[in-house]
Design a protein around this ligand. Sequence first.
Ligand SMILES: [Fe+2]
Ligand SMILES: [Fe+2]
Length: 183
Amino acid sequence: MKKPKEPSAPPPRGETASIGKIGNPLDFIAEDHMREREVCALIDRLVALVPISAEEHDMVLGFLQEQLPQHLQDEEIDLFPMMLERCDPEEEIDKVIDRLTSDHGHAIADAPAVVGLMKTQGGDLTPQACHILAEFARHARRHLVLENAIIMPIARARLTKADLRIMKRHMHERRGLDVPEET
Ligand SMILES: [Fe+2]
Ligand SMILES: [Fe+2]
């Protein structure tokens, strides 16, 4: 008797964003955050000199070079201004957003060094390179905690359908994807 065919495995999360359809834009941002966590975990392994696969190596580089800059734009151009618009000044969300925007500046400035070290040193990093990668992952994680704990729940509660439609359209345009009819 023939063995039933195994269902095909889902693609690694690192591949889903670049090809996937964007449904709810906040879900898409949340998926980017999960992906960023995975990237941090892989960087931790590199720092510990534990080998990662070529596929995982490419996933980290792809994330840092392509997906992260797009993600930061999703937040800075769409999400953060919409949050400022929808929250009362006394909620002081502006202070959190100032902090997050400053973190983005550091991430954009530091990511090329991480990419360069991974490309030139592979899995055999010098102690100095390990320090640079470890600091990058540490900052990224701290940033994720703030966004997941404060920004995302408020965004889900406050952003309007119109906000989400605009965000979704911009996300498609930013990635060179066809903008769906309903947006
Ligand atoms: Fe984020
Ligand atoms: Fe961010």
